[in-house]
Ligand binder design. Structure first.
Ligand SMILES: [Zn+2]
Length: 313
């Protein structure tokens, strides 16, 4: 069964949820990624490896029993201000129930152990059933207890508008699979794209940009999106509104059905900030008509401006 989920020679030091890169040794190869480790890390670390990567942060969150009030500003903050300062907390933000905090950390870490088992690339297209199955089969992961499965189901089926995310749901079942025959791994990126429109668009875009841009996030299964969303939720200290201002909740990401992100090679985590919009690469994307943006400036979907996100579907 591990044939399509070969962990390859993924360089991971230590356990836990964080993936750490081993210096600049050219010999290190990530899965089938044929770029230098440092260039790759700079380009995709931000999305491939969801923070929080510190045990201290996880522990603090796990032990927290009341929603943190720090950084809460006034409730009369306008919608546009919230979208612009999306990482701040606002008085009317909706928090996860504090009695769920320990559960969230546990489920996040268990998913992280499956990610290390199957490889970061393959985790992008892992289905929910596969997630549960790997956890059951590997002692190093441990089966998901019923409470954790229930939590994941509730997160998926719950109404995201409750915490301010107004985008539509594009994947309707938690168990929906990315068909293996439709997902094509993209060399030197560790990510997958759907055959057809997405792959054609990416190939042409990269060529037109003279290989100055790279795929930073492609297909994301419900599992991958959930893991990212939990990471964001933990980072946001349980603030679901804040988390969903910069990451679509499970089932709501167009990465599940075709969209992808690109970044400037070597630009690192800045590719996922508005700084990307100031690069020559982004200007070229606009000039060439590629930047048909899913979440434009001043969108009304409750999501920050995302110039790096390429709309396919
Ligand atoms: Zn995106």
């Amino acid at each position: 069964m591990l044939k399509i989920f070969s962990a390859g020679t993924l360089a991971v030091i230590g356990g836990g949820v964080g993936m750490r890169f081993m210096g600049d040794a050219e010999a290190v190869v990530f899965e089938d990624i044929a770029t230098t480790p440092s260039a790759f890390a700079r380009s995709v670390l931000h999305m491939s490896t969801p923070a929080p990567d510190s045990a201290a942060l996880l522990q603090a969150f796990q032990n927290h029993q009341t929603p943190p009030q720090a950084g809460v500003s006034v409730s009369s903050e306008s919608y546009q201000q919230k979208m612009h300062h999306f990482e701040q907390a606002y008085a009317d933000d909706v928090f996860l129930a504090p009695d769920k905090y320990a559960l969230v950390v546990s489920v996040f870490m268990r998913m992280g152990r499956v990610q290390e088992l199957v490889g970061h690339g393959n985790f992008n297209i892992l289905s929910f059933d596969e997630l549960l199955s790997y956890a059951r089969q590997y002692l190093v992961v441990g089966a998901f207890p019923a409470a954790e499965v229930d939590f994941l189901e509730e997160l998926f089926t719950g109404d995201a508008r409750r915490y301010g995310f107004m985008g539509e749901k594009v994947i309707l079942a938690l168990t929906e699979r990315v068909p293996e025959k439709d997902a094509v791994k993209q060399a030197r990126t560790g990510h997958f794209l759907f055959k057809g429109d997405a792959q054609r668009l990416y190939a042409k875009l990269v060529q037109d940009l003279n290989y100055g841009v790279v795929l930073t996030s492609g297909i994301r299964s419900v599992v991958k999106q959930t893991h990212l969303f939990l990471a964001k939720t933990i980072q946001a200290k349980g603030n679901l509104s804040r988390a969903s201002r910069s990451l679509a909740p499970p089932g709501h990401s167009y990465h599940g059905i075709g969209d992808f992100d690109v970044g400037k090679v070597g630009f690192g985590a800045k590719n996922f900030t508005e700084a990307f919009a100031d690069t020559d690469e982004f200007k070229r994307l606009v000039d060439l008509g590629y930047a048909d943006i899913r979440y434009p400036q001043d969108n009304l979907l409750g999501v920050r401006y995302e110039p790096w996100h390429i709309k396919v579907v």
